[in-house]
Design a protein around this ligand. Structure first.
Ligand SMILES: [Zn+2]
Length: 106
């Protein structure tokens, strides 16, 4: 059992509002770093909306268990449950540390 139809509608509305706001922001931006961040976020929202439509949204990409609705309300593009996200971040923290070091130099 993934999301209830009511909860899916709430998330869908949140995602669509966020997408509209980001699209406006994207149009107003000219610096590349901000633009690529906005584009990445817009892509995540697009994927989440597709998953809303086909019923996959709200299920963890790693363990396939339901993601807490509270977690989705806080972060509607979340694709992992809190447990898997924690594990995922631990793994990628090493990579981030490395590229953060490079960013600090630049
Ligand atoms: Zn999970």
């Amino acid at each position: 059992m993934a999301l209830t139809p009511e909860n899916r509608e709430i998330l869908q509305a949140m995602l669509e509002r966020r997408r509209a706001a980001l699209t406006v922001e994207y149009a107003a931006r000219s610096d590349e770093l901000q633009c690529s961040r906005l584009l990445a976020e817009l892509r995540r929202i697009g994927v989440a909306l597709v998953h809303c439509a086909d019923g996959r949204h709200g299920r963890c990409a790693d363990c396939e268990l339901d993601i807490d609705f509270e977690r989705l309300l806080a972060d509607p593009v979340a694709s992992r449950c809190a447990r898997c996200q924690g594990r995922h971040e631990k793994v990628s923290a090493v990579h981030r540390k490395h590229s953060a070091g490079l960013e600090a130099v630049a």
